[in-house]
Write a new protein. Sequence first.
Length: 77
Amino acid sequence: MEQDEKPSKETLQQWHDDPANWKLKIFYFNKKDKRIFPPKKIQAFGWTVNFANPLSILALLGLIILIIVIQKYFFKN
């Protein structure tokens, strides 16, 4: 597979199902997978973060900061 070529659905599913891509069975880590938020191991529960993608770490930190800011400024006591 070339760099610019998108992986097929079958390839994405193989990566998702490969236990080697799941650290402690809950953290997804796959350098070949360029998705930031792939589906969770149990897909009914939403998405997880691909910790091998540096952009996903930034997106996760941004989301956490956004939640803290909203909580701090909109839910004051």
